[in-house]
Design a protein around this ligand. Structure first.
Ligand code: ATP
Ligand code: MG
Length: 352
């Protein structure tokens, strides 16, 4: 298939997503990485090619191109005209979504996850940036961290959205995706991070793993919405609700997609919304399009990590985090099993 690359739609930690058009004028999205680092994109292609659901971004194929004398691996997907939920929040100056919108997108996200889980796949990186929207609603995207439920793999995902059992390095199964749904509902409602008062990934992991706390559930949510989030954020993964149970929760069960869309649009103009704590959120998640280091909140992180690990090294219950994804980049955290614990930051050498 002949196609032409168009403007960039988004840049994640691993890839660049652009529009693409065919000679016949068809428009779609293409996610690309340099061929020397295609592993996560090949994995993503594998999972996307298996999954077919109205609530999962549709896969259209893949190819290899040569651009600027470099081999590029591309996967094609449906173009999602609204971008991600975070793009939507940013377009509204960081203001969170109204509760009707939150309920609608949450319902579609949980429907997508139930389908993904029923295929034996764990997504491992549910968050607003990975939920894409178009005129029909929300679809789950970015399968770069996905794995088979029975597969033993290094921990993958975004620290702010990690469940306690993941942060402790114990397991990353279906319940971990449900915890991330709870965090994403908070993100949608507030426009900000589920852990707004913590800004470095090691601190947040430590707090999630060992503090016994859950993220604060926004006061402005209805009791039904609060109850839904509390069922996602049960710290014990065995007691946490499953996607099948969540779909029966009154917060998301009540409307079908169409009636809910009409209601949400009517509510849009006068619904109360929560105000983003822009400074905190920007300081923890903003990515920059420039090549190389693009993780401003990690400026000086090597030092803070060194300090942090000095604090953590004394704790006997230190988890074996091996590989976690920061909000906008990868951080590799290595722990020397001989007992001499070391954390290293690795800012990826990625194509932008
Ligand atoms: P990260 O690892 O940081 O989560 P990534 O490198 O895996 O990201 P994606 O999450 O797949 O990349 O995409 C990055 C951004 O590109 C999204 O947040 C969204 O803004 C945009 N995007 C991705 N896929 C599409 C699509 N199909 N249609 C429109 N925009 C898209
Ligand atoms: Mg992503």
């Amino acid at each position: 298939m002949k196609w032409t690359r168009g403007p960039v739609l988004g840049r994640g930690s691993s890839a660049t997503v652009s529009t693409a058009t065919t000679a016949t004028g068809d428009l779609f999205a293409v996610k690309s990485v340099h061929l020397r680092q295609p592993d996560s994109l090949q994995k993503e292609q594998h999972f996307l090619s298996i999954l077919k659901s109205p609530y999962v971004v549709s896969y259209k194929g893949c190819d290899i191109t040569t651009e600027d004398n470099k081999m590029v691996y591309n996967i094609f997907m449906d173009y999602m005209s609204g971008g991600s939920i975070i793009d939507l929040i940013n377009s509204r100056n960081g203001v969170g979504l109204n509760e009707c919108e939150v309920a609608r997108y949450t319902r579609q996200m949980v429907q997508g996850l139930e389908y993904i889980h029923s295929n034996g796949i764990v997504h491992c990186d549910i968050k607003g940036r990975n939920v894409l929207i178009n005129e029909t609603g929300a679809k789950i995207g970015d399968f770069g961290c996905a794995k088979w439920a029975n597969q033993v793999t290094p921990i993958c995902g975004t620290p702010m959205f990690m469940a306690p059992e993941v942060a402790r390095g114990e397991e990353q199964g279906f319940p971990a995706d449900v915890w991330a749904v709870g965090c994403t509902v908070i993100e949608m409602a507030t426009g900000g991070s589920p852990w707004p008062d913590v800004d470095d990934p090691v601190s947040v992991l430590y707090r999630i793993a060992f503090s016994g706390e859950i993220p604060a559930i926004p006061d402005e949510l209805s009791n039904q919405a609060k109850d839904f989030v509390s069922k996602c954020l049960i710290r014990d993964p065995k007691k946490r609700w499953t996607t099948t149970e969540l779909l029966k929760h009154p917060f998301i069960q009540q409307f079908d997609d169409n009636s809910q869309q009409i209601m949400c649009e009517n509510l849009r103009t006068d619904s109360p919304t929560s105000v983003l704590d822009q400074d905190v959120w920007n300081s923890t998640t903003e990515s920059s399009p420039a090549a190389g280091i693009h993780f401003p909140q990690f400026d000086g992180l090597s030092n803070s990590l060194r300090q942090r690990i000095k604090q953590l090294a004394g704790k006997s219950e230190m988890p074996s985090w091996s590989c976690v994804k920061g909000e906008t980049d990868w951080i590799t955290i290595r722990i020397n099993r001989s007992g001499d614990r070391k954390i290293e930051e690795l800012v990826g050498d990625r194509w932008r």
